[in-house]
Design a protein around this ligand. Structure first.
Ligand SMILES: [Zn+2]
Length: 196
């Protein structure tokens, strides 16, 4: 098994464009994890499938909080703070990506991409890692992901309704006294409501 530096150097030689992306992901995420590479592959697929133009914003719902969201955050600026990234932590290696619809359209084109366990079966070590049957090192998984490319993913096109902006008011919580965003006349902030 090659070490991480060897793997990254090989990417640099063989795929300079991928290397430039990885160079940004590593300091952001901390290292090149298998999940971050999966996120990057999903991102590349989504941009192609949705025909995302240079500089066009994308919006992402990640179905895991592990690794997968980070390439979208650092490479596309789809962050949690700017509402480009939502996480529904279902513990699934899946993302739904959408871009804005045409002006006036209430529907936005979207695609859901997932790592498909039926397809990873063709790559036993990757499959063992994915299904957590064995501990497998990132150094072993990364070359498999690079070799398999998009063959291990499935996707479906979907559409997302343009969200209607809820009107909001800022109120002081009747229990803790701190200000919070009130949507539907709640007297207590969400933290205090959960503590009841
Ligand atoms: Zn409160």
């Amino acid at each position: 098994m090659d070490d991480m530096d060897t793997i990254i150097n090989r990417i640099k030689e063989q795929d300079p464009e991928l290397f430039l992306q990885i160079e940004k992901i590593i300091p952001f995420h901390g290292y090149l994890s298998s999940g971050a590479m999966i996120g990057l592959q999903m991102l590349t697929m989504a941009k192609r499938l949705l025909d995302v133009k240079e500089g066009e914003r994308i919006y992402v719902t990640a179905e895991t909080s592990n690794c997968v969201p980070d390439p979208f955050q650092i490479l596309e600026g789809a962050t949690i703070g700017n509402k480009g990234m939502k996480i529904k932590d279902y513990g699934k290696m899946a993302v739904t990506v959408n871009k804005r619809g045409a002006p006036g359209e209430m529907i936005m084109p979207a695609v859901r991409i997932y790592l498909d366990a039926e397809k990873t079966e063709a790559y036993p070590r990757l499959h063992a890692w994915f299904m957590n049957l064995e501990k497998v090192r990132h150094e072993e998984i990364l070359p498999i992901l690079l070799e398999a490319g998009e063959k291990i993913y499935s996707y479906t096109f979907t559409a997302i309704e343009v969200p209607v902006k809820k009107s909001k008011q800022v109120r002081l919580c009747e229990k803790c006294g701190e200000s919070f965003i009130q949507y539907e006349g709640e007297a207590l902030c969400e933290a205090c409501r959960h503590e009841q």
